[in-house]
Structure formats: structure tokens, C-alpha cells
Design a protein around this ligand. Structure first.
Ligand code: TXA
Ligand code: MG
Length: 313
């Protein structure tokens, strides 16, 4: 087989759309992480996502759309959802909305729920593929189930390799953590923190956001305790590394040669580096100590991913 990594171009995006329409799998760069995309209306194609990732089938997928108009073909769009889309789309906000009875989506996408998770990505390659394809693709993060999310084409190739028909390369993902997931009904519930914060959502909607993360029910399997897990053991909130540990720093640190998520203490930079640095340290060490990250803004999403990566398994 030819090497599946192809640099992004408009021609490559058209080729990717063609592969999707033939039931194939394409790794698509988005601003959050790389996604493993398949035609959301094709059962066989969606089944290949679950198979490639080794993903439990109760875990539903996010569909990706060009915008509100395409979203309305698949989900009931309330005025509240419209307001959120106007403020945050395209961008890293996923809304969980009532699925339309006539949606034509594969049942494997919603895993039998009466809601569907919809996101409108900002990244140019994702939008170019969607425009050429003309309907949504379903895409979880392009990594083996339970592993670290990929923020580069090389991460995808290392994790999934020949299971993918094409890996579109657009360099490192700019945001670096997965989208914020918000259930939008009469009320708003945060299912997964991301770079769009509760504060931003409450400001736009003038409505309180409930945090659902600790719910016993698995509403979003990203909510399962051990997720995003590296092979190495992680120790969080470490001031300095113990012997045998690699150190992942944040802000000014005195450990020489350690990787630093952001020497200047910038959370946006830290999020963009998070998964790439965890991938690197995971290859280099059995134990990783991670510096404290402030629990504000994007730090909430970063700490969420770190806690899951450190959870017992
Ligand atoms: O940034 C992102 O969202 C990336 C890129 C590729 O778009 N995608 C991503 O997908 O993170 P994934 O599959 O790794 O995470 C999707 C999350 C899962 O935790 C899943 O359980 C939840 O969305 N989800 C999907 N449909 C849902 C639904 N109807 N109700 C509740 N949660 C849902
Ligand atoms: Mg994932």
C-alpha cells in the first residue's frame, strides 16, 4: 500500500471526500485534534471506525458539519442552539441535540441514543472535505480507544497506521484538546470541558451551565475515568521530578532539559503542546511527573485530560 500520509491541498481534500463516499476512513486534521472520519450515513463505514479504534460500541460519535444549515438536516435546532452556533461555530464547541427521526444517520453514530453530537470544525482541511463531500462525517479522535489523542499526522500513523486509507497532514493541531461538549436542551449541561469555557457559554446564553462530569451515567465516554491514557504512569501536581521520572513542566521551572508545556505559563500554548509532549515522554519514560496547571480557563480542560491520563487502570 502507498504511504497514507498526504499533505493538505484542495486536491487532497477532494480525494479524501471521494474515499469517504466509497466507505473509506480518512484521518482529518481539525483545530482540536486529528479525527478519524467516515461517512456518518453509512453503517459499514462507521463500523470501520469502531473496528480501527477498538472502541466499545456504546460510545457514540460526533458528526461534523459545514454549518447550521447542514446541522438542521440531522438535529432539531432550538433558538438556544442557534444562538450558541452563531457565537461559537465554526470552532471547538460540540452540541448534543435531539436527533431528527428522518436524519438518515447510521445508528452506530448515536449508539441508540435519541440525541446526536454535532460540531462545526474551523480547520480549513475539515471544511474543504465537508464541502466536497456534501454531508457529515462522523469522527472520533484518530487514536486507538483509550489512548492519547493525536495532534499530528505522525501520531495517527503511529497509532492506527494502515487501518486508515488516507491521513491528511496539516501540521500540528492549533488548539490541542478536544472540543467542549455541551448538552443543549431546556437547560445546558457541560459533558466535557474544552477551550470554549463555561464562562463564555454563560455570557452568550445568559443561562447557567450545569457540570455533568461526575454523573454515574456514562453520558459521554470521555467521562470514563481512565481515558487518554499513556503507557507511562503519571504523577500530577509535582513540583520537581523524583528519580526515574521524566518531568513535564509548566511556567518557570528549574529542572534542566525537561519538556515545558509553556515556559511563560500560557495555557493556550500548553493545551496545544499537551498531547504531543505526552506522546514524546511516553516513548522516553515509564514514569512522568507533571507540574501543577492552574484550574482556570483552558487549564480546566488540560487538568481534565491529565486526571484521566493519571487515573488507575
Ligand atoms: O474535538 C473533538 O471533538 C474531536 C475532533 C476529531 O472533532 N473529536 C472527539 O471525538 O473528541 P471523541 O469520539 O473522541 O469524543 C466524542 C465524545 C465522546 O465522549 C462521546 O461519548 C460523546 O462525545 N458523545 C457523542 N455523542 C453523544 C451523545 N449523543 N450524547 C452524549 N455524549 C455524546
Ligand atoms: Mg477521544
Amino acid at each position: 500500500m502507498s504511504h497514507p500520509i498526504v499533505p493538505y491541498s484542495t486536491d487532497a481534500a477532494e480525494k479524501a471526500a471521494q474515499i469517504l463516499s466509497q466507505g473509506g476512513l480518512v484521518a482529518v486534521p481539525t483545530e482540536t485534534v486529528y479525527g478519524l472520519a467516515a461517512d456518518a450515513t453509512d453503517d459499514h463505514a462507521v463500523a470501520r471506525i469502531y473496528e480501527a479504534k477498538g472502541r466499545p460500541s456504546f460510545n457514540p460519535l460526533i458528526i461534523h458539519v459545514t454549518g447550521l444549515e447542514m446541522a438542521a438536516t440531522y438535529a432539531e435546532i432550538s433558538p438556544l442552539a442557534e444562538k450558541l452556533a452563531a457565537a461559537f461555530w465554526p470552532g471547538p464547541l460540540t452540541m448534543v441535540l435531539p436527533v431528527r427521526a428522518d436524519s438518515g444517520l447510521s445508528k452506530l453514530v448515536t449508539a441508540g441514543l435519541d440525541t446526536v453530537a454535532i460540531r462545526c470544525p474551523q480547520s480549513e482541511p475539515a471544511q474543504a472535505i465537508l464541502a466536497a463531500f456534501g454531508r457529515p462525517f462522523a469522527a472520533p479522535s484518530a487514536n486507538p480507544s483509550g489512548g492519547l489523542s493525536p495532534t499530528s499526522a505522525a501520531h495517527v500513523a503511529a497509532g492506527l497506521g494502515a487501518k486508515v486509507d488516507m491521513i491528511l497532514d496539516n501540521g500540528p493541531s492549533s488548539v490541542g484538546v478536544e472540543s467542549t461538549i455541551l448538552a443543549v436542551g431546556e437547560t445546558l449541561s457541560l459533558l466535557r470541558p474544552g477551550s470554549i469555557t463555561i464562562g463564555q457559554i454563560e455570557k452568550v446564553t445568559d443561562q447557567a451551565v450545569e457540570i455533568k462530569e461526575k454523573s454515574a451515567e456514562i453520558l459521554a465516554p470521555g467521562m470514563m475515568e481512565s481515558h487518554y491514557a499513556p503507557n507511562a504512569l503519571l504523577r500530577l501536581n509535582a513540583k520537581t521530578p523524583a528519580s526515574g521520572e521524566e518531568f513535564l513542566g509548566f511556567g518557570p521551572i528549574s529542572t534542566p532539559h525537561a519538556l515545558n508545556l509553556s515556559p511563560s505559563g500560557d495555557l493556550t500554548e500548553a493545551a496545544a503542546n499537551l498531547f504531543a509532549y505526552l506522546h514524546r515522554l511516553d516513548e522516553a519514560a515509564e514514569k512522568i511527573a507533571v507540574a501543577p496547571i492552574p484550574e482556570t480557563g483552558l487549564g480546566i480542560a488540560i487538568n481534565d485530560r491529565l486526571r484521566r491520563a493519571a487515573a488507575p487502570r
